[in-house]
Write a protein that binds this ligand. Structure first.
Ligand code: SF4
Length: 177
């Protein structure tokens, strides 16, 4: 069975969503914080992110819920920074101290394809909310290279209707926590 996000890619809908998503960065209300800053112009909101994408790490992860882990792991991508400011965050160094490296959509696409190649059962996007445009750009590239495993949106749950609309039909599993 073909993934729905692949069907949207084939129809050009993924490209349309990506364009729309990047336009939102000019007056960012991509998450529930609704900062309204111009991230394309270099401003940052509560997530402290301009238009650049920061990835902290990626790899097979065996600490997720068993149905996601299976035998070969969940293909996890940990994004740096976060749209929440929880004082109890277990990933403090990543979310509050920005531990990550600047990554292009092409590089992110390569990471997802490498995880699929290693046999991971899904691509697990951790703290993705402030990077929806960049994720859509990467997904578009990865689709062209054969990405086909399910997508997990592993977020803090403070999403906007705008972002959920952009992701509608693309994400296979939402995991707000
Ligand atoms: S993603 Fe959320 S926290 Fe970041 S600038 Fe946009 S509205 Fe603000």
């Amino acid at each position: 069975m073909e993934r729905n996000y692949r069907l949207l890619w084939e129809r050009g809908e993924l490209a349309r969503r990506r364009e729309q998503a990047f336009r939102h960065l000019e007056h960012c209300r991509l998450c529930g914080q609704g900062c309204g800053v111009n991230r394309l112009g270099g401003e940052v909101g509560i997530c402290r992110s301009d238009a650049r994408l920061l990835v902290s790490s990626c790899g097979p992860h065996f600490g997720e819920e068993p149905p996601l882990v299976g035998r070969r792991g969940s293909g996890t991508v940990f994004f740096a920074r976060c749209n929440l400011r929880c004082v109890f965050c277990q990933n403090w160094d990543i979310s509050h101290q920005d531990r990550g490296f600047e990554t292009t959509p092409e590089e992110l696409a390569g990471m997802t394809l490498a995880l699929q190649e290693r046999g991971c059962h899904n691509i697990n996007l951790v703290s993705p909310s402030h990077y929806v445009p960049q994720i859509l750009a990467a997904l578009e590239i990865a689709c062209g290279e054969g990405l086909k495993v399910p997508l997990v949106y592993n977020c803090g749950g403070y999403e906007s209707l705008t972002a959920l609309g952009l992701l509608d039909g693309i994400i296979d599993i939402y995991m707000p926590q």
